[in-house]
Ligand binder design. Structure first.
Ligand code: FES
Ligand SMILES: [Fe+2]
Length: 439
């Protein structure tokens, strides 16, 4: 009988309950998702006063809104009167303030109470206007890093920058690829429900072994199309190459370095060159050099970050200008938001490549993402089985992890080092929590 969550994690294997148990999941929501810094959205989603965007932090429905003074508030999406959600849609504009659709209590954009019908009905009760319980509640903490808005429901704790640590290179690398150092979000995302625990997604993103296997069919289809176009004397559009490159040989992934940071964050260091040698690219590089100087431009464009994970819920691909955000729903259901960004100050041709990547690789409609989703669904179903034993392997290259200060890295992209690093963080959050149901 396991007594604590830490008993579910061993150095080279983890108990299947971390993926399947509802009890484990509920404790994760309390001890991780409703405490740490959670990505809300990007400033460019709410440019004007009254613009809002809704999302969940753990179990809590939230709103981020642009205030009259240009600042941003992150509020609980709940009317203080009887609890009705004030915003029902994913986004929009509430004008000068929020008005509840149930009994018309109204609120300023920072959540303060503005008015309520029939105020005399509250005379002599505890619910006077100066009672903070009449106002919408703000998230305990909110912080913005280079336009990326985060909130935490915990009053105390480390700052956002402390939480991000070295993994903030994910955001820096994305923004620094713009000649003006800024990005804007494309204000539409794919939302899909993954029929699997959130960990499968996080553990898959730097898995170099699966790519040539799982995505072989997709890559072959891309390669075949490229060859046919070439045989007819044409030049294949770059989006076919995005597909065909997914299933590069094992050796290529073996040569890639991964670095695991504290908090379970990590990067995969392959440099992914989306820039073919064409006039659009030449103009873009010239703009970058004019903005930053040749040396800095080379540094910004040459950073070796193919994939960055901010554990336990964010996946950023800076070169491809992609961001995926998990909003876990249950032990076996995970909402995934798939976004992409435009670099400010570049030609549409450069940003079109990010849209291709979004549509060809990360969209749930593609033959790439669909194959990953199938794996994770099957993994969730497979782990319902006790036919083998109760443990899930993370043995690959175990004993060969390279420890450098607080980081745990691997010289091969096929190592499961980064998964072991994620569980190091998981035990940090969850280890001392008692667990009842696991036998
Ligand atoms: S529930 Fe919002 S005003 Fe009554
Ligand atoms: Fe994949």
């Amino acid at each position: 009988m396991a007594k604590f969550m830490r008993d579910l994690v061993e150095p080279d294997r983890v108990h299947r309950a971390v993926y399947t148990s509802n009890e484990v999941f509920e404790r994760e929501i309390e001890n991780i998702f409703e405490k740490i810094w959670i990505y809300c959205g990007h400033e460019s989603q709410i440019p004007d006063s009254g613009d809002f965007h809704t999302f969940d932090i753990g179990r809590q429905p939230m709103i981020m809104v642009r205030k009259n003074d240009g600042g941003i508030a992150v509020l609980h999406n709940r009317c203080p009167h009887r609890g009705v959600q004030l915003c029902a849609s994913h986004g929009g504009n509430v004008g000068g303030g929020f008005v509840c659709p149930y009994h018309a209590w109204s609120f300023h954009l920072d959540g303060r109470i503005r008015g309520m019908p029939l105020p005399r009905g509250y005379e002599g009760t505890a619910l006077t206007r100066d009672n903070p319980a009449t106002s919408m509640q703000q998230a305990a903490r909110m912080s913005v890093y280079r336009g990326f808005i985060f909130a935490s429901l915990a009053e105390d704790g480390e700052t956002l920058e402390e939480f991000l640590g070295e993994a903030k290179v994910a955001i820096d690398n994305l923004c620094d690829r713009s000649p003006v150092g800024e990005v804007e979000i494309v204000p539409t995302c794919h939302r899909l429900i993954q029929q699997s625990n959130w960990k499968f997604f996080m553990e898959n993103q730097m898995d170099g072994v699966h790519a040539p296997v799982t995505h072989q069919a997709a890559a072959l289809a891309g390669k075949r199309a490229e060859n046919e176009i070439r045989a007819q004397g044409g030049v294949p559009p770059q989006h076919y190459h995005l597909l065909s490159a997914v299933a590069s040989p094992f050796q290529l992934f073996d040569a890639i370095r991964t670095v695991g940071y504290p908090h379970g964050h990590g990067i995969m260091q392959a440099y992914m060159d989306l820039r073919s040698d064409d006039p659009d690219t030449a103009a873009y590089i010239a703009d970058m050099e004019a903005a930053y100087g040749a040396e800095k431009a080379r540094e910004y464009l040459g950073r070796e970050v193919h994939h960055a994970l901010i554990y336990p819920y964010l996946s950023i691909q800076p070169v491809a200008q992609q961001l995926r955000c998990l909003r876990p729903i249950s032990a076996e259901k995970t909402l995934s938001e798939i976004w992409h960004f435009r670099l400010k100050g570049v030609s549409p041709a450069i940003n079109r490549r990010a849209m291709w990547y979004f549509n060809v690789i990360n969209s749930p409609a593609t033959i790439v993402n669909a194959d990953d989703l199938e794996n994770w669904t099957r993994a969730q179903r497979g782990l319902a089985s006790r036919g083998h034993y109760d443990w899930v392997s993370v043995h690959r290259n175990f004993g060969r992890d390279v420890v450098e200060g607080d980081n745990i890295s691997s010289d091969t992209g096929t190592s499961e080092s980064y998964i072991r690093n994620q569980f190091r963080a998981w035990v940090g959050y969850m280890g001392d929590v008692a667990v009842e149901e696991i036998s």
